[in-house]
Design a protein around this ligand. Sequence first.
Ligand code: HEM
Length: 399
Amino acid sequence: MDLHPHFRRIWHLSLLSFIIASVTGFLYRYGMLYPLAEWLHFANIRHAHSHLMFFNWISPPIMIWMASSIIKKSDYAAVRNFSVCIYTMLFIGALSFPFFLVYGYHSVPLGFASLPLAAILSGLVMITWYWFIWLYYLAGNNRPRNISKLFFDAALLTLFISSLGAWGVSVIQFLDVQNPLFSSAMTHFFLATFTEGWAMLGILGILWSKTSVSQSKLQISAGWFWVPLLFGSMMIFPFSLTQTLITPVMLLTAKTGLVLIIAGLIANVWFLTKEKVFNTVTRKVILLLLILKILFQAAAILPLEIWPGEHGLRVLYLHILLLGIISVTLIEAFTGVKVTLTKVLFAISVLLVILSLGMISGYWPAHLLPPDIYVWVMLISILPTIPAISIWIFTVKNM
Ligand code: HEM
């Protein structure tokens, strides 16, 4: 896509955020083997890593793609409005990073009082999401509707709904509700709806924009491709809770949600493959990761004694989705043919990270583990950062 220079700059800042957040992920792995500074705690490093990835890496690029698909590059006022909104989002997201890293969700002493600054800044980021949704609604109201736009509309709806889960956590803390299940359920509702809904629907919207299919040419209603993902994303959060705490109704809801997601994804993969969207090496890696996601989720509904909420499996699954499908698609979509080889290296390094996470998931046969596995996991975790830095330098030079 031919992006406006403001949007290009936003892409560079997002990629820079990916680099910083991935180095933070490496720091976590390093800290598992070697001593870290006393003020650095694992939980806070994880928060700093995941929030920067969500706030500044995933969301702004999907948003500029969406905005570019409904406004003209020459419409200066519209470009400016979207840019001001997303720059603000990036600024607040970046500001929250050091507070998450040092204090996590704890209060920061400010002399006269102490405030949970990282949580407050996260709330402000969510307000910029509403700002974007409003601008998108105003700008896109009268535009023709193609299939990728249907995905974008659904993605924004899930972004809004997921944010309600995040506010819910604050309300529960404020009301001092004692049952930890409520707070955990709200957190995981946010996480599931954000990742499976907002991020996944947004990315599929980008992949659909690579096709020239119109709604009238489809033999089935376009709703079959996005409606199951929309509803499924809101139903699967019980899988992330402790298995013994959830009720049979919650389990049934989660399984139904998973069936919807699997069915929706199979429909998308089948159609996008037929449309020859996965026609480069990097896109073939995206296809492979999509199939892996479908298999992983199918395993969770079969009676295989697999609980996706278990720590090792959870981290593996989240990275198949977020580092794999989402990040590889963003790198593929936003960079040109001049960096094809680097894109392939990025995709391969991501596959290696996923393999290494599979090895420490708790399900890998112990006799097939290499010695010093955690040293290997640490070394592999820095690999995707290297092609990302190279792409960042190349694109900054060519601005
Ligand atoms: C090279 C890239 C990456 C590295 C090295 C990395 C590394 C890590 C590490 C070490 C953890 C903590 C694992 C644990 O608790 O045992 C983690 C957690 C997490 N990462 Fe990443 N990560 C990367 C990319 C990403 C991306 C692209 C995203 C999202 C867009 C992401 C989202 C998350 C989330 C949400 C968690 C928290 C999982 C949980 O709830 O326990 N990561 N990552």
